[in-house]
Design a protein around this ligand. Sequence first.
Ligand SMILES: Cc1cc2nc3c(=O)[nH]c(=O)nc-3n(C[C@H](O)[C@H](O)[C@H](O)COP(=O)(O)OP(=O)(O)OC[C@H]3O[C@@H](n4cnc5c(N)ncnc54)[C@H](O)[C@@H]3O)c2cc1C
Length: 323
Amino acid sequence: MDDVTTDLLIIGAGPTGLYSAYYAGFRGMSVAVVDSLPELGGQITAMYPEKAILDVAGFPTVKGRDLVAGLVEQAATAHPTYLLDRTASTLEHRDDDVVVTLDDDTRIVAGAVMITSGIGKFSPRPLPAGEGWVGRGMEFFVPSFAPYAGKDVVIVGGGDSAFDWAQHLEPLAASVTLVHRRDAFRAHERTVAQVKDSNVEIITNAEVTALRGEAHLEEVEISVDGQEPQTRPAQALVAALGFVADLGAIQRWGLVTSKRHVVVDTAMRTNLPRVFAAGDITDYPGKVRLIAVGFGEAATAVNNAAVALDPTAHVFPGHSSEG
Ligand SMILES: Cc1cc2nc3c(=O)[nH]c(=O)nc-3n(C[C@H](O)[C@H](O)[C@H](O)COP(=O)(O)OP(=O)(O)OC[C@H]3O[C@@H](n4cnc5c(N)ncnc54)[C@H](O)[C@@H]3O)c2cc1C
């Protein structure tokens, strides 16, 4: 894989990483952003895209996915290089650079690194019956709706993502069946009501017990209340069962950590040269893990990284409105 060379590498494309990318552009840095998920937005995208967030400054209420869309638009001004669906595995120093390797062997040579990896790398919770079916009709994410047009789609799960995708796929799929193992849902009430009112068939107290097909998925077996399974046609299955988080390789980079978090000073510096951190991943006395706090730390970290890259630069950037 080719090397990527950048002034600032951001590890984690959650709200903190996206705002850091904007800020890096504002400070005139080139910026690359890596995330192990195939979509931008971190915990917001993975866990609560439909939730109304009430505590982001300047927005009395903002839906998760709208906040992410705004952050992505703002970050676009920095022309970031996004390296998605890839996990940062190693970090080492070479002369004045920090070199990070991803799990697909891409090497990124950066002047400085910013760790905004939140609660760690998310991995989708597996669907036991779906082993071996990823890419053959089963997915964990629905990044675009068009590939589902005209298909019989089964969605497994009862959270925001499951209901959100059911709602969006219903108008274009041949059929949408939502299968959930309980009869209560974690998704936003209004979305649940809208989906119940649509052509989506909701099967509760149920589980998908088998996937079948030759090269590609053709049908699934669904068992209700542990009864004899029924077979249904399905050319696509979305396993929206949530995610598990794991700090993973970051723990082996020689960073000082405290209870699975990276310790930083008031400039958001870690113990490693030219390696900064911001957002949920950081720890210091009085730390509060909120989106608003991550934004503030991002600005502090990037402005201090600017000085690490160019000692003649000032920490205070001036005001964006003056630019
Ligand atoms: C259900 C729920 C509701 C919430 N509601 C609110 C709320 O109303 N208001 C509020 O302020 N906060 C809320 N929070 C908390 C808020 O989501 C977090 O504070 C925020 O997401 C932290 O942002 P972050 O960018 O620091 O990290 P994250 O959002 O966790 O993003 C980190 C990203 O880093 C990636 N990553 C991790 N390790 C690696 C690696 N090695 N290589 C590549 N990528 C990696 C992950 O895939 C992830 O995308 C809520 C959280 C949850 C779970």
